[in-house]
Design a protein. Structure first.
Lengths: 221, 221
DNA sequence: CCTACCGATCGGTAGG
DNA sequence: CCTACCGATCGGTAGG
């Protein structure tokens, strides 16, 4: 087995070499929160592909055409930037989940509700440009303890929505394993898709959702 | 929401403050490969709990009572150390898997084979002191491209063993989703357990295996 | 495997 | 948000 010398190259297109200078700003206009949003999106992309520790605040600054010290005008620390990324990801995820469970659908059979929960989760995980939640799943260790416990609260809320649906499926015999451990195993199966799902080729998100439903839940007799 | 200042403290017991001096070495005795093994075990533990980038080679040296430059006498680079950890993890995993599939069991029904595959996988993931595979699952991004492709070969071999068993379960109707995506989803569900499983409280590995079997596979009619 | 060290990089800041 | 900078830390090495 060979032992190569160089760490796999950072995709060059992720990192513009130099700041692009001041962003265009027409007279009297303010940038409002746009620069902050730019930083968040760039940080999410870089944290996802290189990891939190392997991404410098200089990388992030360069990605949005700022100089090295400027991100600290918008965020008081690198870890605060990470927390903002993760927070934004969870808020989007919960909005998407709420849409999946909107009143009209609440009278559907449990399996239809579950299908919509899973489909929404795949959107959140695998939808185009959704780097925020993958960062949350794989980089949260770099958060401070207090940030992590704030995040855990959001995650608990998100996961709690699955329990009544799983209970109904268990009662009908469509779910044959205990509800609590099923929730953990199912969410794990879905979350892991971040590691292997390729939007370009293979399954669509609808097909992936069908496969997950067929794997976890028995057809009703 | 508060924005705390300090990154969550590294558990103090993971990091002895100073080298403990030369390891005891009785007259005429050699350490053979023990020091190398010590480094591997310490690196696995630290990489797992702090991440690769957040662990310095000085941390690893101190954990085994060496001075800062000494790990480079055993490994030519930090990334070579990571690769050795990951390689050792995969070799142990494949040995454990081979045991689960030994000849006497090959005449068992597919569901019994699957149960042993899953149980072996949980041993590999969650058994006491098994930090090597969790490191592989969450830190492989830091490998060089060549190291990563060598690893991918090992992983393919490991996962290939699941396919015939899943095919048999599909043929018998116990597995209702397509084989390929089922393998990906199932392994994801199991791998994610690294994130939440707590050996101290709750389920045993046998109970966890039962739950997984009940979740994924229908009772045979 | 230790000693002593180097060049590079990093998060963060003062002052504007 | 830029300029100019600091102290700390890091992977790695030469020479023994």
């Amino acid at each position: 087995m060979t032992a190569p010398e160089t760490r796999s190259a950072t995709p060059a297109d992720l990192l513009p070499k130099r700041p692009r200078g001041r962003p265009r700003k027409t007279e009297g206009e303010r940038d409002d929160g746009n620069r902050r949003q730019d930083l968040l999106a760039a940080a999410a992309r870089l944290f996802r592909h290189q990891g939190f520790d392997a991404t410098s605040t200089r990388d992030i600054a360069a990605a949005v055409g700022m100089h090295s010290g400027s991100p600290f005008y918008h965020f008081k620390s690198k870890s605060a930037l990470l927390f903002a990324v993760v927070q934004e990801g969870m808020h989007a995820a919960m909005a998407r989940q709420a849409q999946a469970l909107q009143p009209p659908g609440l009278t559907d059979p449990p399996s239809a509700q579950m299908r919509r929960l899973i489909r929404a989760h795949f959107d959140t995980l695998l939808g185009p440009g959704n780097d925020f939640i993958p960062v949350m799943l794989y980089e949260s260790r770099a958060l401070t303890a207090a940030q992590r416990s704030a995040l855990a609260q959001l995650q608990d809320d998100y996961e709690a929505a699955w329990t009544p649906v799983l209970q109904a499926l268990h009662a009908s015999g469509e779910l044959q394993a205990p509800v609590k451990v099923s929730r953990l195993l199912i969410l794990g199966a879905l979350n892991w898709a971040v590691q292997w799902y390729d939007r370009q080729k293979g399954l669509s998100l609808d097909e992936l959702t069908d496969a997950a439903m067929a794997l976890f839940f028995a057809r009703k007799r």
